[in-house]
Ligand binder design. Structure first.
Ligand code: SIN
Length: 483
């Protein structure tokens, strides 16, 4: 670990590697072993203010680069990530517990946002509007929004950074990133690659801190920051939104989910089992789009439970650095407690443990299948964020839609059916920002990622992603003479 040139134990501000002004640090641990792997600066709100000032000072020159020049820097950053993919994946696995095959997948996924937005930088087209009077010409241009702050989660230490800063940097905005205190090393490693790629000083900044509340408030209230993008829990998203009201700061929120996975009786059950495994156990159930509730129609319920439980029993658990391991540890003791509470609550209300159900040594928990799940269980309402799959029963399409939509969340949803009419009907009826139809893994840089209801707002990735980091300006040319 220490030998990697990408292991950085200082923050990156204004083109310099810096410590916290007060000299404070915090430890980063490997959740698979409990070992301390590094210490990084524990920066204060004052430190953050200085970083914001640097980013603001860098804005005019950076936004004045041509789109092609910005695109070229981003392209170099993308190439460097791919070149250092094994090293980045290893750092990610060591600090997050994510299994190495998934970490490698995340480096590719994260880098793809940089590549995509490097291309999109050159296509931020405006409009020419037919004028209402003969002497006017109306034009719409899109401009960089200004300094962008990003608060990113531990479950995707790389991709949630690039998905936010990709469009910002492409549009001409400097960025200030606060990676989570659990997984700052991947964020610092890609900052080192951003430095090599050649972003001018002050354009790309990464600060590390344990003061999430104080720094989050500063991000919301500092008028020099023009846009905040946050991925994390719905309760924290609500606090940030209310704090942003003081500056009317633009905000994108990618918050919690409670994803349903519906298996209709006309589905290919084997394909549905595979889709559910992929979707439920990605990063050991610790993603916002992981299946939280599996809803299965009467006629195929027993068959699904049996085949799914068998597939779950074959998953290999262990330290994610071992390439054959499919499930790593959970991120923290708090996560284990939540999973335990959800399982105990479900069992006390009549769930049958079809597989697993036990904590293991350290931060490991058996992948768990709970049959006979019902809507009064906590797991029906709250995101478990762990390797627990409750299976609910339904009889009709209407009932499945009603159950699926019966939540304040609206991020991802999935269903399996071979009936094309049903596929359209159900896809349109599901109140979610994203729907997987006969597919359990739908994230890609080319499609819009985001939710509705209390899962937040804004879209990341895709051709829609740029607009959330740009201002629309209308130009009205008056007194135009025709000779
Ligand atoms: C998330 O869990 O927040 C992101 C998942 C994804 O991008 O697929």
């Amino acid at each position: 670990m220490e030998q990697s040139i990408l292991i950085k134990t200082e923050a990156y501000v204004n083109g310099q590697w810096v410590s916290a002004s007060g000299g404070k640090t915090f430890e980063v641990t490997n959740p698979a072993t409990g070992e301390v792997v590094a210490t990084v600066p524990d920066m204060s709100v004052e430190d953050v203010r200085r970083a914001v000032d640097a980013a603001e000072a860098a804005w005019p020159a950076y936004r004045d680069l041509t789109a092609k020049e910005r695109s070229a820097i981003m392209r170099r950053w993308f190439d460097l990530m791919i070149e250092h993919k094994e090293e980045l994946a290893r750092i990610m696995t060591i600090e997050s517990g994510k299994v190495i095959t998934e970490s490698l997948g995340e480096v590719n996924y994260g880098a793809s946002f940089v590549e995509w937005f490097a291309e999109e930088a050159k296509r931020t087209y405006g409009d020419v509007i037919p004028p209402p009077t003969k002497d006017r010409r109306l034009v719409v241009i899109k401009q960089s929004i200004g300094v962008v702050a990003a608060i990113t989660p531990w479950n995707f230490p790389l991709a949630m950074i690039t998905r936010k800063v990709g469009p910002a940097l492409a549009a001409g905005s400097p960025v200030l990133i606060k990676p989570p205190s659990e997984t700052p090393l991947t964020g610092l490693a890609i900052a080192a690659l951003a430095e090599q790629a050649g972003f001018p000083p002050g354009v790309y900044n990464t600060i590390t801190t344990t003061d999430s509340k104080g720094v989050g408030k500063e991000f919301c209230e500092n008028p020099k920051i023009r846009k905040l993008s946050f991925t994390g829990s719905t309760p924290v998203g609500k606090v940030l939104m209310s704090q942003c009201s003081s500056t009317l700061k633009k905000l994108s929120l990618e918050l919690g989910g409670n994803a349903p996975f519906i298996v209709f009786d006309d589905a290919d059950v084997d394909a549905a089992v595979q889709g559910a495994i992929v979707s439920k156990f990605r990063h050991n159930g610790q993603t916002c789009v992981c299946v939280n509730r599996i809803l299965v129609q009467d006629q195929v319920y027993d068959e699904f439970v049996e085949k799914f439980s068998k597939a779950v029993s074959e998953l290999k658990i262990g330290n994610g650095l071992d390439k054959s391991v499919q499930l790593g540890p959970l991120i923290s003791e708090k996560a284990i407690t939540k999973v335990t509470e959800h399982v105990e609550d479900a069992i006390s209300k009549g769930a049958k443990v079809a597989y697993g159900g036990e904590r293991m040594e350290g931060l490991f928990y058996q992948p768990t299948v709970l049959a006979n799940a019902t809507e009064d269980m906590i797991i029906a309402r709250e995101e478990v964020f762990g390797p627990v799959a409750p299976i609910f029963r339904f009889s009709s399409e209407e009932e499945a839609i009603q159950m699926a939509n019966d939540t304040e969340y609206g991020l991802a949803s999935y269903f399996y059916s071979k009936d094309i009419n049903r596929c359209w009907r159900v896809a349109e009826a599901l109140e979610y920002g994203m729907v997987g139809i006969n597919e359990g893994l739908i994230s890609t840089e080319v499609a819009p990622f985001g939710g509705i209801k209390e899962s937040g707002f804004g879209r990341e990735g895709s051709k829609y992603g740029m607009d959330y980091f740009m201002e629309i300006k209308y130009l009205c040319f008056g007194g135009v003479d025709k000779q």
